[in-house]
Design a protein around this ligand. Sequence first.
Ligand SMILES: [Zn+2]
Ligand SMILES: [Zn+2]
Length: 334
Amino acid sequence: MTTTTTTDKTSRLAAARAYIERVRAEREAAAEKRKRKLPAAICRVCGTNVPAGTGTRGDDPNRRPDAMKHAPQLAEIEKLGPLVDFWRRTCDDCTAADAAGELEARAVSTAVGFPVAISDALAVVGLMRRTNPVTGVVTGMFPTAEVSGRWSGRPWGHLTPEDRKSIRATLDDVVGDTLPKRHKSGACGLCGARAALVWWVGPSSLRWPGSDATVHICDTCAEVWNRRGGPDDGDDLRRVVVELATGYAVPFGLRAPEGVRPFAASAAADPEGLDEPWTFSVGIRDLQREIWTARPEVAPAAMREQAEAWHREEEAERAEASRAEAEAAQAAGW
Ligand SMILES: [Zn+2]
Ligand SMILES: [Zn+2]
C-alpha cells in the first residue's frame, strides 16, 4: 500500500514538472516566434541597423490608444523601414551593455575617442540632461539616435563634430584636469601610447629618430619602470619592456629576449604614437602570445578569454603528443 502511494506521489510530481516544463517551453517558443517576426529597424540608442528578428523591443513610450493600434493607416506607417519600430528597438549589442553603466561608458568613450570610466560616463550623461527650470521641460539630453533623431546605420555613427565637442566639454567638467593629455615631446617611448594622465622623463638611452629631445613615458609604463629601479638601457630595460607588454615579471636570473625593444628604439619608432600601445612589433606580439598561452592569468582582462583558449589548446596538443609517444614506445617494446 505504502509503495503505491509513494509511486502515485512520484508520478503526480513528475506529471506536474512535465506540465511546468511544457508551459515554459511553449512560452519561450512563442517569445522566439514573436522575435523572429520583428522587421529590420534602427537601434534607438546607437543608431545602428538592427537586422530583422534581432534586438529588444521596448514598450512604446507614447503608448497609442488601443483604437489607434488597429487603425488602417498604421499598416502603411509600419512600411516606413528603419523607423518601423518608432524608436522602440534596441540592438543586441546595446541591450547586452545595458548594465551598470556599461552602455553609457561605451557611448561616451566612442564619442571622445578614449576609454572613459563608468562613473564618469554616467556623470556625463546625467549632466547632459538639461531641464528648463521654469517649465520643467527637458531641453537637452545625451544625443542617442532617438534623442537626436539621426542615425547612420553604424554604432554611434550619427554623432556630429558638435555632439562630440559638447560631450567632451561635459566630460572635462566632470573629471577636471584628470583627462589623459598628449606630451609635446611625443608619444610614450616605451609603449607608444599617445595620451597619459602624467608624463615622466623616460630612460636616458631613448631618443626619437633624428631628434635630440628627451623621450617621455606614460604613467602606466612609469609605474613599472620606477618600481624596477628606472633602468636606462640594456637587459634591465628590456625586462621592464617584457613586463609592461605582457604583464609577466621576468624572474631574477632570466634574461629578456634580445630583440625586445621599447617603442622609441624599435623600427617603427614614431613620436606620433600608436592607436593601441604595444602593437609596433611582431616580436612583441609573439612574446605576448607565448607568455599568455603559458600563463593566461597575467594576460590583460580583454585578452584573458583568448589566452585561456590558447592555453587549453596547448595542453591538448601536449597530451596528444605524450600519448602518441607512449604508444610508439609500447609498439617498439613489442
Ligand atoms: Zn545599439
Ligand atoms: Zn607607455
